[in-house]
Design a binder for this molecule. Structure first.
Ligand code: PEP
Ligand code: MG
Length: 325
């Protein structure tokens, strides 16, 4: 499938009316890193570090974590990488953290919640990231924030590790950037305190949508309640983008939505200029964006969002198809 898009690899990512877009790649395993080259991705917008833990029988040691992160940097060359800290729990389980069995795992003890309650887990991971990023920029993204205090606490642990590495003469990054993974409605509706603490934002559309519609992202029985391009969801995405702009924080959308050509155009029309997606989606999304004129789409979409919210939130996909008839 990727072959069909090979000719686009070196083409700049731009909308039909010339708005520049940044298309990054999501990855979680070292073997995926060679896709940076053949897709022409701008960098790794989301590296899911939990995969190393999910495929292991025991907790990966500090040295193994450092080794992986260094190898990821080496494979990325000059391109930037955003490392997300452990996002275990929910649908991502390991055999060695047994207390993860919960009646309501998506709403339970997952990601940074676990990371702050088991501080050694976070400390070691951040230590590994700090040491692996000697002489580079370290972009760290913290998942599943629902209150600003979580981001503040995580940031403190990271800064302590940085300080420790410098004092002990270990490798340390030249620059540190802390990212807020925006994926809970609480933060989406009142992002100010988190935005003050973050250097950049990544919208985790998969989780944000499952919590927004109260519909399990993996349950086919409720998947028709889960429409990220219906009016209420789009109003939320638009508000989030505006809040990030108001705070001057760069914002990216990761999650499956960003990798679907039609939906990626809709996100561009809502003002998002940076998307991160599975490697195989970069070509198709680049092609779709090139055929999309935002100067027409954005005003139409704005009006439809207003209208749609009043008339009962129909899918904008259907309305766009109708409009095109
Ligand atoms: C998301 O929630 O949109 C996301 C990118 O993270 P994950 O799918 O790993 O939860
Ligand atoms: Mg998520």
């Amino acid at each position: 499938r990727q072959r069909a898009f090979e000719h686009l690899r070196d083409a700049p990512a731009k909308t039909g009316d010339g708005q520049e877009m940044t298309l990054g790649m999501n990855a979680g395993l070292l073997v995926e890193m060679n896709r940076l080259e053949d897709t022409g991705a701008s960098g790794v917008g989301l590296f899911r570090t939990e995969f190393q833990f999910m495929v292991a029988d025991t907790l990966p040691r500090l040295s193994a974590q450092i080794e992986l992160y260094k190898a990821v940097y080496d494979a990325a060359g000059d391109k930037p990488v955003v490392f997300r800290t452990l996002d275990l729990g929910g649908d991502k389980v390991t055999s060695f953290i047994s207390s993860m069995r919960e009646p309501n795992p998506a709403l339970g003890w997952r990601a940074l919640r676990m990371g702050l309650d088991r501080p050694a887990l976070t400390r070691y991971q951040l230590r590994a990231l700090v040491r692996a990023s000697g002489g580079r920029t370290l972009n760290v993204l913290f998942p599943m924030i629902s209150v600003a205090e979580e981001l503040a606490a995580a940031r403190d642990v990271l800064e302590r590790e940085l300080d420790l590495a410098r004092r002990h003469g270990h490798d340390a990054p030249d620059e540190l950037r802390v990212g807020l993974m925006l994926e809970t409605p609480a933060v989406a509706f009142a992002p100010d305190a988190c935005l003050e603490l973050a250097d950049f934002v990544s919208v985790g559309a998969n989780d944000l949508m499952q919590y927004f519609f109260a519909a399990d992202r993996q349950n086919p029985r409720v998947s028709d309640r889960y429409d990220p391009i219906s009016a209420p969801a789009l109003r939320l995405f638009k508000d989030v983008r505006q809040a990030c702009d108001a705070y001057g924080k760069p914002v990216n959308v990761c999650g499956e939505l960003a990798g679907q050509p039609f939906e990626a155009c809709v996100l561009a029309a809502l003002g998002y200029r940076s998307l991160s997606m599975a490697a195989g989606s970069i070509g198709p999304v680049k092609q779709a964006l090139a055929g999309c004129d935002l100067s027409l789409l954005t005003p139409w979409l704005d009006a439809e969002i207003q209208q749609g919210v009043k008339i009962g939130a129909p899918s904008l996909r259907d309305r766009m198809l109708q409009a095109g008839k």
